[in-house]
Design a protein around this ligand. Structure first.
Ligand SMILES: C[S@@+](CC[C@H](N)C(=O)[O-])C[C@H]1O[C@@H](n2cnc3c(N)ncnc32)[C@H](O)[C@@H]1O
Length: 140
């Protein structure tokens, strides 16, 4: 199974996904992070593919991955997020799995990390609107 690890940083998720048996492409715009991810993959004895690229200007392709994993990619402004989400949907194969993890705006009250910008956070309504095929249906 092929997997895209979106803005994978130092590779903790990408490496874990390879360990689960997936063929993973780890993309991040930081060469330093990619180098650390490479070191981690070597330490773990797994093969992680890398691309250092700006995901806001990247050729994502269509129907390309069985899974897309995007953990804490809330660097994206609302406009950038719309672009990223559309590309994430487009590059997934039909029936593929999208795994997205991020903070809600409540994270700002905790002050324990994440971008200090409420509009970059996720709400359930926003995710339903972005990913539900049938609009605001309760079935999605
Ligand atoms: C909070 S870190 C999360 C890293 C990783 N997903 C994790 O959970 O460990 C956000 C990552 O987004 C990357 N990033 C920020 N803007 C990016 C862009 N335009 N294109 C690609 N990666 C980007 C940063 O380099 C950083 O590694």
């Amino acid at each position: 199974m092929s997997c895209l690890a979106v803005a994978d940083g130092e590779g903790r998720n990408g490496v874990w996904l390879v360990e689960q048996g997936l063929k993973v492409l780890s993309v991040d715009n930081s060469a330093v992070a990619a180098s650390k991810a490479d070191t981690l993959a070597q330490q773990k004895g797994v093969k992680l593919d890398f691309e250092v690229a700006d995901l806001l200007n990247w050729e994502w392709g269509e129907n390309r991955y069985d899974a897309v994993v995007a953990i804490f990619i809330q660097f994206a402004t609302p406009e950038q997020r719309t672009q990223l989400f559309e590309n994430m949907k487009k590059c997934l194969k039909p029936g593929g799995l999208l795994l997205l993890q991020g903070y809600t705006p409540r994270q700002l009250d905790y002050g324990t990390g994440g971008p200090p910008v409420a509009e970059n956070m996720y709400t359930e309504a926003m995710l339903r609107k972005s990913f539900c095929r049938y609009g605001n249906s309760a079935s999605c």
